[in-house]
Design a protein. Sequence first.
Length: 324
Amino acid sequence: MVAATWHKALGDLGFAMRTVAGDGPVDVIVPGLAIDAPSAPTVAALRAALTDVDLVVVENLLSIPLNLPASRVVADVLRGRPAILHHHDPSWQRTRFAHITELPPRDDAWRHVTINELTRRQMADRGIEATTIYNGFDVHAVIGDRATTRAAFAIGADERLVIHPVRAIPRKNIPKALEMAEALDATYWLLGEPEENYDAELARVLARARTRVIHRTSSDRAGFYAASDIVAFPSTWEGFGNPPIEAAIFRRPVAVGHYPVAAELRALGFRWYDPDDNDRLRAWFGGSDERLLDHNQRLAREHFSFESMRTKIASLLADSGWLP
């Protein structure tokens, strides 16, 4: 999702775009780049995919070692070439990867961009200069159709609904989000599919639920936010965390966990609920606070617009002499 916003921003700035990956709906497939690839991409294949390319933007592949052989080949091919290394989750922020120190690689021809100030400071401590560019959003998105979405998913007009718009992986803290819904006598809607071998544990967690559970995906972001009453986001770790900003844009209250970057975003002034504060969460159903929704929406528009992100990308490119 973030890569798509960068794709649009770079296109707006005058670049012709080519997307390259190991799988998925991209312009060029290079075998070996996918997370679960059995072998690394060849240098020849990667160089062929980047023929006549002026600037390469690498999304997280040179940050976290989900496919370390591919990371090594990409770093080798990009040596001396203009590139932006876009860092979402560096290895030291994950316990299972903390022992891997070869990422991110360094080259004087490259620029490093982080999605939060925490990571930028951690990179500075490691001798890597980086620029923070927050994720950008359509902050004037049209509010979705609550009634239509609820009807499509067989959710009653008066049924309390807590949505959890995340991939189903351990750090998203699904048990806590489900506990929230149970405490509020609300239906729990998990939108993401299980990843990182979480299938069996997810099945156990949902089987123990003491409230109605919906586990279905939807691409209609405006719709599922409109259908909700409260958004759950009790994650234990996030590199950024888009749902709290999206909840602000779509005028929904959100309960946010205490992961480090959440503190960075809270410092901007967002008014979020604590996932453990069931009394305050219940009070929401006694009469929604439009002032809170106005406040959060205003902050999202001030700090996280697509236009603001594009301006910061343009500034980085201009400083590097890389604008078309």
